[in-house]
Design a protein around this ligand. Structure first.
Ligand SMILES: [Zn+2]
Length: 96
């Protein structure tokens, strides 16, 4: 199905959080804020985390999810599966 990440892409996505946190830790950042994309594509799960601040060692690893499957109704009134985009949240240095 188009839009589904390949194994290599998935690995890359999962490395994002680890590498980003390591980099921020090296810069002396102690707390991070999660920032979702703040548009109408942001899922509930990500919206709940938006603007939340964590100690860098306790921050949830991003991306939280690769894709979400939703069910929509097509022209023939059939229920079909559709994948919506991966988590696009990012870490920001929390200002304190
Ligand atoms: Zn997200």
């Amino acid at each position: 199905m188009p839009g589904h990440p390949t194994a290599a892409e998935r690995k890359f996505h999962l490395e994002y959080g680890r590498q980003k946190l390591a980099q921020m830790r090296n810069e002396g950042i102690l707390r991070v804020e999660i920032s979702s994309s703040r548009d109408d594509q942001v899922c509930e799960e990500c919206a709940l985390l938006d603007s939340k601040v964590f100690d860098i060692d306790r921050a949830p690893l991003l991306p939280i999810h690769e894709e979400r499957t939703i069910f929509i109704t097509d022209d023939e009134e059939r229920e079909i599966e559709e994948a919506i985009p991966i988590c696009r949240c990012a870490y920001l240095a929390a200002s304190e």
